[in-house]
Design a protein around this ligand. Structure first.
Ligand SMILES: [Zn+2]
Length: 194
């Protein structure tokens, strides 16, 4: 049996007393960029004499545990949980409700429940690495397409000033590009073609 609270969107705390080890276990989970990160510490507190209290403080939260040997305070920040000597003054009013719960942070479930669709995922999981490389390939393909677009443009630019058909300026008959002399009247074409 433990207590949990939502500290912020996607950031949850679960605190539990483990009678077997006489330790209080704190676990926080937070979703960062779709990845669940969890941190946990265990404190040798002995049995609680009262339910834990949670307070909002600057930069995070403080959990207060009443034990047989006195109050224990744990500072909870994103990415860090540590025991502190005392409760920062003036925060008593800003209590965050803890809910009693038997089990891990329910917020830890949603990241897991998307996984149960693992049954449709297995066909995807072999694709997972492929999907990423395919993503890279598609990007490469896009780049190639752009490059091909550039090539088409440059080819077009090259071909337009060099039309395949030419006409003799003397007799106006069609002549081959590269011909030095007109095949019809013998007019010299070399200089104009070069
Ligand atoms: Zn000619």
């Amino acid at each position: 049996m433990g207590y949990w609270a939502t500290l912020a969107e996607g950031w949850q705390l679960y605190v539990e007393y483990a009678a077997t080890t006489a330790q209080t276990q704190l676990t926080t989970t937070q979703m960062t960029l779709g990845q669940q990160q969890s941190q946990a510490i265990a404190l040798s507190t002995g049995t609680w004499s009262a339910p834990p209290l949670l307070f909002r403080v600057a930069g995070g939260f403080v959990l207060q545990l009443e034990t047989a040997t006195g109050a224990v305070f744990v500072q909870i920040q994103r990415g860090q949980i540590q025991a502190i000597a005392s409760l920062p003054s003036g925060v008593e009013a800003d209590r965050v409700p803890l809910e009693q719960r038997n089990g891990p942070v329910p917020g830890a479930m949603p990241p897991l429940s998307p996984l149960p669709p693992l049954s449709p995922l297995p066909p995807l999981s072999p694709m997972q690495p492929g999907r990423m490389s395919m993503g890279g390939m598609s990007m490469n393909l896009d780049a190639m397409q752009m490059r091909m677009g550039d090539m088409e443009l440059t080819m077009g630019d090259r071909s337009s000033p060099n039309p395949l058909r030419k006409f003799c300026p003397q007799c106006s008959n069609a002549v081959q590009v590269g011909d030095r002399f007109c095949a019809h009247c013998g007019h010299r074409l070399g200089e104009q073609n070069a």
